[in-house]
Every structure is written in C-alpha cells, then in structure tokens.
Design a protein around this ligand. Structure first.
Ligand code: A3P
Length: 285
C-alpha cells in the first residue's frame, strides 16, 4: 500500500480488513454452494438494509438474530479477511455479501444454483453516499472535497472500481432464474411489495404478522438504533468521528449536492457508458 489503497487485479480495495492473499484465494477458489444466498452490490447501494431484510425474512420476523449478532457475521463478505475465514469455518448454507465486480467473483457461482440478489441504486446517490462514507473512515485514501470525489468516481478511481463497469458486468446475469434484480428506489417506494418479491424468490412463506415485523425492524429508524447493524460495533479509531451506516436513507440526495455543471457532466458520461440497456430497466432514469 503506497497510495491509500490495497490493489488487486487493477481494482482498489480498503487497506484495513483486506489482504492480497485472501482476495487471491477467494476470487480463484471459493466454492459457492447451491443452497447459498449471495447478495451483490456496488458499495453504498443499500447493502446493509438488504442484509437486515434478508436476516429478518430468514428468522420469520424474529429480531433475536439481528439484535445479537453483528451484521457482517450474519452475512459474511466473501472478499474480506474476517468474512472469508468465517465462510470457511463451517458448512453452509450461508447468506453472504460481496461488492466484487463480476469479473473477479468466484467462478463457482456461475455453475451453482445459489440464489443471487443484486441491488442497484441511482449512481448519483451512490456517489454522494460514498463521499460521506469515505471522508469518515480511515480505511482508504480520503477525498478532500465532493468535487474531488466526483472526479474519482466518474473515472472509476474509487474502491471496487467503476460503478459503470460493476453494473454492466452484473447486469449480464439478470435473465437467469436464480438472479433477482432489485433497486434501492423500489425498496423505498414500496418496501412491502419488494419484500414480498424477495420472499417469493427465496421460496419463503411469511404470515402477514411476520411480514409486518420484517418491514418495521428493517426500517431506517429502527435500523439506526440497532448497534449490531449500524456500525457502532466497529472500533472508533477506524473513523474520523461518530459514524453510522444509516446516514440519511433517502432517494435523490444528489440534488442537494451536485452543481448544475456536475449533473450535466454526470449525465453525459452516464449516457455514453450505459448505452444499449433497455428503457425502463433503471428506475432513476
Ligand atoms: P445514504 O448515505 O444516502 O444515507 P450500503 O449499505 O450499501 O453501504 O448503503 C448505505 C446507504 O443505505 C446509506 O445511504 C444508508 O443511509 C442507506 N440505508 C441503510 N439502511 C437503510 C434503511 N433501513 N432504509 C433506508 N436506507 C438505508
């Protein structure tokens, strides 16, 4: 590490909690099983919200698990040192999370029947959310301003690489029957129906009361109070000040941050990079 990142296969990773050896082994050898559920996201797309929902669905709305076990142990990360160790400690089935770009993900996924959920979010909100996350954490190079982070993001010079490449890669899986494509925006607009869709995809039958509990206990306000899920459990020296993953939890925060020139520049790059996708696929368009 010389420039504030851990580099692996040309992609930037955090310098804390990750190592070249684990990334190499996880990407090349990790075996995903048919019974596993894999949640894939580009950072800041609503990963932890969805983990909370999936855990609550798994426990039929019972809150014991989400209140007693840290979120990263309930759904370990395939590519982090601790997550990879945990996943190898016992047989599954596992719920696991990953931010890996498509081309780096363990190839065993592509021949398994594991259920894959990919959640996407308006990239402008991803950018703003990422800026506030990385200025607070000491795990990678910190941007000096939103303008600087904007440039890094547009060039793909950020953790886990380019948003455009991440989404393009994973979109190629979207027609498979073991893949569910969700968006942060639909989860915000109609959480109940979206959670019902997730249950259907996972083959889980919940009673209306259980569904009510999933809805209530994964809400922004309740999650914000759950120290097992909101990052309060992490060592304070990883942060520059008090930090929670539950920051604002809204759609369209980019409008409070982008200048007109930035919004125009973003749209221009977006149109070039996202050419070829069908209309209506992305709810923010
Ligand atoms: P903001 O920074 O825009 O508030 P990730 O988990 O992928 O890092 O994504 C974090 C984003 O999801 C943050 O967005 C956070 O506030 C939002 N989020 C987390 N829990 C949420 C919840 N229960 N409801 C709505 N948004 C949530």
């Amino acid at each position: 590490m010389t420039d504030g990142y851990l580099w692996f296969e040309g992609i930037r990773f955090p310098v804390v909690g990750y190592s070249y050896e684990v990334l190499k082994e996880a990407c090349a050898q990790f075996v995903i099983k048919d019974e596993d559920t894999v949640l894939v996201t580009y950072p800041k797309s609503g990963t932890h919200w969805l983990v909370e929902i999936l855990c609550l669905i798994h426990s039929h709305g019972d809150t014991k698990w989400i209140r007693s076990v840290a979120i990263w142990d309930r759904s370990p990360w395939t590519e982090t040192d601790d997550g990879y160790k945990l996943l190898n400690e016992r047989e599954g089935p596992w719920l696991m999370s990953s931010h890996l770009p498509f081309h780096l993900f363990p190839k065993s996924l592509f021949t398994s029947k594991a259920k894959v959920i990919y959640i996407m979010r308006n990239p402008k909100d991803v950018l703003v959310s990422g800026y506030y996350h990385w200025i607070m954490t000491k795990v990678c190079k910190q941007p000096e301003s939103l303008e600087q982070y904007f440039q890094w993001f547009m060039q793909g010079n950020v953790l886990y690489g380019s948003w455009f490449e991440h989404i393009r890669g994973w979109m190629s899986m979207r027609h498979r029957e073991n893949v569910l494509l969700l968006s942060y925006e639909e989860l915000q607009k109609d959480p109940r129906s979206t959670i019902e869709r997730i249950c259907q995809f996972l083959g889980k039958k919940l009673t209306p009361e259980e569904l009510d509990s999933v809805l209530k206990n994964s809400s922004f306000q309740v999650m914000k109070q759950n120290k097992m899920s909101n990052f309060e459990m992490l060592p304070v020296d990883l942060f520059t000040g008090p930090f929670q993953i539950t920051r604002k939890g809204i759609c369209g925060d980019w409008k409070n941050h982008f200048t007109v020139a930035q919004a125009e520049a973003f749209d221009k790059v977006y149109q070039e990079k996202m050419l070829g996708f069908p209309k209506g696929l992305f709810p923010w368009e």
